[in-house]
Design a binder for this molecule. Structure first.
Ligand code: APR
Length: 229
């Protein structure tokens, strides 16, 4: 049994037409992180932040999974593979490709959260400042997204999976944001064979034993086929 942990980033959804954050035309070229991806930004202008995520939620719901998402879903089905899929992405493309138990360490556009009582529910296409929580009726709803300065979700579960991993693969991430960028270090300390999939070198490339350079829709299916033999 091959125990594999995969971490995906925005690059895995790029060929589905969803913007990445960094690099030409990234989301952070058009928006200040401080304004739309921090608790302070949300407190200062909740409607601006809701508009930012409403736009991304509609685009994500219209997007289709690509061959990389499909290959990752296939990998999990192989009899000799135990896959833990962790994503930094907030789109639902892994689920749309058939992946189950996706660990969204930065939350998900599909989720809404009440800032007052902590209740979670399925997010409507458009959220607004005046919306009230279906549980406590307080107008304190927010996207269930982990903003800068907040603690990513499921870190214990992720660390546990990495402690037992034979193989770790980072797909389409720039390695710029911790703790996600530090997962490869945990994997290495567990003796895992580490693979990086990217268009070019990332901030953390030197941590990986193997590099698969090219579009994820080509490199990931080729890699997964190797397990199917
Ligand atoms: N195939 C493979 N890699 C790709 C492709 C592709 N088709 N397109 C882009 N990439 C790579 C880029 O080279 C880059 O290294 O994907 C990476 C995307 O990097 P970022 O835009 O920084 O996205 P990500 O690493 O997911 O960002 C991490 O930062 O802003 C926060 O919360 C946000 O989860 C996000 C986190």
């Amino acid at each position: 049994m091959q125990r594999i942990v995969i971490l995906t980033g925005a690059g895995v959804s790029a060929e589905s037409g969803l913007s990445t954050f960094r690099g030409g035309g990234g989301l952070w070229d058009d928006h200040r992180v401080e304004d739309v991806a921090t608790p302070e930004g949300f407190a200062a202008d909740p409607d601006l932040v809701h508009r930012f995520y409403n736009e991304r939620r509609v685009k994500a719901r219209q997007a289709k999974p690509n061959a990389a998402h499909d290959a990752i879903a296939r990998l999990a089905q192989l009899p000799n593979v135990a896959l833990t899929l962790v994503t930094q992405n907030v789109d639902g493309l892994h689920e749309a490709a058939g992946s189950g138990d996706v660990i969204h360490m930065h939350g998900a556009l599909a989720g809404a959260l009440c800032g007052a009582c902590g209740h979670r529910w399925d997010a409507p296409d458009a959220m607004a400042k005046a919306d009230t929580c279906p549980n406590c009726q307080t107008p304190a709803t927010r996207p269930d997204i982990v903003w800068f300065g907040e603690i990513p979700y499921h870190m214990d579960e992720i660390a546990e999976a990495l402690s037992r991993a034979d193989i770790f693969a980072a797909i389409g991430t720039s390695g710029r944001v911790y703790p996600a960028a530090g997962l490869v270090d945990l994997a290495r300390s567990s003796g895992a064979e580490c693979h990086e999939f990217n268009l070019d070198a990332s901030e953390i490339s030197r941590q990986f034993h193997h590099h698969h350079i090219g579009p994820a829709t080509e490199t990931v299916p080729a890699w997964v086929e190797g397990f199917a033999k």
